[in-house]
Write a protein of this length. Sequence first.
Length: 294
Amino acid sequence: MSSSKKIHWKSIFSLKSIIYTISGVLLAVIGLQGFMVPNNFLDGGVTGISILVTGFANIHISILLVLFNIPFLILGYKKIGPVFAMKASFAVILLALGMYFIQIPTFTTDKVLIAVFGGFFIGMGIGFVIRGGGVIDGLEIIGYYTQKKSGLTSGETIMVLNSLIILGAAFEFGIETAMYSILVYFTAMKTSDYVVDGFEEYTALTIISKDYEQIKELIVKDFGKAISVYKGERGYLPNSFDIKSDCDIIMSIVTRLEIHRIKEAVSEIDPNAFFYVQSIKEVKGGIIKRKSDF
């Protein structure tokens, strides 16, 4: 094998990646064994399918987790890459081993607590594994693939497939359990988003004001944020369309925890300043601080 094709295992399975993956798997095992599986509650994805099948088939869930994930792992290898496929395979195998060998007592039979805390632990587990570079549920892979092949986004595809899984839960375990499973799914999804993206979600804040010079200085010097400036015109109001003036339109990337403080400070300079806020999925480069790892 040529040196260009050698697999550098140390770079793929770094200590940080392994710690994230093992921690995520342990959290997912707690959620599944301590809350979900004993009470026939479903999460979405391959995990949900495995719980559904193990409910009426005499097959251990650990076997089903591996079997049902194999097609998605192969797809991930072909469409995303071998590094991702190896990390995902490592996480799936660890999850299956954890479900087989680790024994955790059932924490509660209260359905609300199961839905909330089961979803929380599974979501934490999913998020940590993603931070490690893999996944523990192959449905995320098919969402990525179908996004390129159809008009559906990845999230829409996963939502459709999970709806079918929860519909199956309604037939197998009853309507009430299926309804609680929806709560599990959304709890897990939101928790994993926080783990992956962090609590300080980035937001684009745009400000238009006659006092733009003071506001630029405020944001850069007092809040330590970088800004981008667009040359524009302010005015064009319904009752004074012909009255306009040149201005600098200020845009800055801030966290949602900083928005309120910045808006208050800007309003002290110009109470009539115009703001608009946009959610953004990802930022990179510039002087944006890298989010701390958990």
